[in-house]
Every structure is written in C-alpha cells, then in structure tokens.
Design a protein around this ligand. Structure first.
Ligand code: F6P
Length: 325
C-alpha cells in the first residue's frame, strides 16, 4: 500500500531531541510526497482527535529545543480495547494511513498491540533518556541526559570536596542503570548502584572508603532510581544501619535530567532516525522500531525492542572499578 498521509505523535516521558525527531520525520515525509499530521498529547490526543496538518514551516526553529512541541502523555485508556478502537476511528476519519510514534517502552508496547489489532502500519522512533530499548545502541535523549548528569555531579563534587563529604546522587532510568553507570564513569565517581547488579553493603563500604582514601576528602556514589536499588535514600539508610560512622548527603537530580537543549549527538541521531522512519515506511516495513547499531541504521521488530531484553554491558562496571581505584 502506498502511504499518502502519516500521523506523528510523541508519548511517554519526554526526551531532549524529540523535537529534532519530529522535524526530521515531517521534513522527510514531505520531501517524499507524503502529507503529515501532528497528533497532540500522544495516544490521548489521538483518541480525542487533537490533530493538525503539519507543513515544512510547522517544524522550523525547534531542533534546538528540549521537550516536545506535540506535548506528551501517558495514557491508560489506550491500554483498553475501547480506547484503541477510538484511536482507529480517528485515524480513519483523518485519512492517516500510517503512524510514526516517538517514545520508549510503554509507547511501543501500545503501538505493537494496536498494529496487530488493526493491521495498521506503525514505525517507532526510540526517544527516552533511559536508553533501555533493545536493538539500538542509543536512544534519543540519553546523551543529553548523561551530559546534564555530568554537569550536575561536577558541581556537587566541588562542595563534596570542600566539606569532605559522602554524596549519594540519584539519577533517572526507571529500572535501567545506563545513566548511573556511564554517569559514574564520566564524573569519576566511586561507584554506581544499578538495578541490574546487586551491591552488598560491604561492597558499598569498600567503594566509599576507597574513595575517601584516594582523594582524602570526598566520595561520590551514583544510584539509579529503582525499587531494586531503593534509590539514593534507600541506599543511604542501608549504609547508615551497618556503618553509622558515615554521614551522607543525598541529591535527587529528578526531572532536570529530562529537559534542556539536546546535544549535537542527540540532534544528529534524531535527524537520522526520523528520516529512517520514513525510509522504512516507503520500504514497506511495518511495526518496527528504527535504531542504530554500530553507527548503522537498523530495523527492529517492536517485540525485540521492548525492555528487559537489553543486556547491560557489564564490562563498563570493570572500567568503573579500575578507573576509580
Ligand atoms: O522513562 C523516562 C523517565 O524519565 C524515567 O527515567 C523515570 O523513571 C520516569 O520517566 C519518570 O516519569 P514521570 O515523569 O511520569 O514521573
């Protein structure tokens, strides 16, 4: 089937670079003679018909901005059959014959269900700061979030050194340790506590005392937000029970990690993957995510992209251990 009109939406947690992706998808579609409709507020807006025709100039001057001009939402109703039926009715009435969805795990889980139920072509563009999708080396937004973490931790290190303190710094990543682990390597932290690897209290104490011995003044530990790690507060409480001699300070970086102007790497990745999404549709690809592996664009079936399958590169832990020694 020749695609004549696509809809674009952004869904789930926003990620810096989403705007660059919207721009690339829009421009690439128009370049190939395909009409574009912007769908506001993710699947929720799709069900409600919050849709606008997009032109080349609709996406002017947005590449440098964080957030998403299309807004985003997490939508429970799309998890129901009725919700998805509503969405399908909107697509038919708008004359949209394919969707490009920008988001992460939850977005693609919904897309996969919808595509199967209605035999509707959907292409996913991986946008999440968590970098937790399988089948792509990087997701859009991850590099910017990592740089935000580096910037923040560098600042905390100044005060940690001055006061000779131990800091637990919690970073995002909902059950994925990429931001914590690579953030720790990039900032010269003593350790990363991540959900993928269990860290005992003795091990943690060893990291911290090594940090103090090494610099004689401070120690920094990055903790991935997760029920498994207990987050920075949980880790600090565990340590205090066994080692009351440590008085820790806690910083939760929070949503600052999701905002800001995307890095060059994220803008380029978003531009490549946005264009690749349209190439994929023209190539008759259906229900796949576009990704990048070894710097080449790849097509990954949704069920392979969805999380819990992405393997953490544990050699990075050894790197952290060696360089923080
Ligand atoms: O998935 C992206 C993410 O930023 C996670 O790292 C974090 O756990 C979650 O979203 C926070 O979601 P919300 O903005 O809905 O609180």
């Amino acid at each position: 089937m020749k695609i004549k009109c696509i809809g674009i939406l952004t869904s789930g947690g926003d990620a810096p670079g989403m705007n660059a992706a919207i721009r690339a998808i829009t421009r690439s579609a128009i370049y190939n003679g395909i009409r574009v409709k912007g769908i506001y507020r993710g699947y929720k807006g799709l069900m409600m018909g919050e849709i606008e025709e997009f032109h080349t100039e609709s996406v002017s001057n947005i590449i440098q901005h964080g957030g998403t001009i299309l807004k985003s939402a997490r939508c429970q109703e799309f998890h129901t059959q009725e919700g998805r039926q509503k969405a399908y009715t909107t697509l038919r009435s708008e004359g949209i014959d394919a969707l490009v969805v920008c988001g992460g795990d939850g977005t693609f889980t919904g897309a996969r269900l919808f595509a199967q139920e209605f035999d509707f072509p959907i292409i996913g563009v991986p946008c999440t700061i968590d970098n937790d999708l399988s089948g792509t080396d990087f997701t859009i937004g991850y590099d910017t979030a990592l740089n935000t973490i580096v910037d923040a931790v560098d600042k905390i290190k100044d005060t940690a050194n001055s006061h000779e303190r131990l800091f637990f710094i919690e970073v995002m990543g909902r059950d994925a340790g990429y931001l914590a682990l690579n953030g720790a390597i990039a900032t010269g932290a003593e350790a990363a506590i991540i959900p993928e690897i269990e860290t005992g209290i003795d091990q943690l104490e060893a990291f911290i005392s090594r940090g103090f011995r090494k610099s004689k003044n401070s120690s920094i530990v990055l903790v991935a937000e997760s029920d498994i790690t207990g987050g920075a507060i949980g880790v600090a409480e565990r340590l205090k029970k066994e080692h009351p001699e440590y008085e820790a300070r806690i910083t939760i970086l929070g949503h600052i990690q999701r905002g800001g102007s995307p890095t060059a790497a994220d803008r380029i990745l978003a531009s490549r993957l946005g264009a690749a999404a349209i190439d994929a549709l023209i190539d008759d690809q259906r229900n796949i995510m576009v990704g990048v592996v070894n710097d080449r664009v790849v097509y990954v079936p949704f069920n392979k992209a969805i999380k819990h399958e992405k393997k953490m590169d544990t050699s990075l832990l050894s790197v952290l251990k060696v360089v923080s020694n």
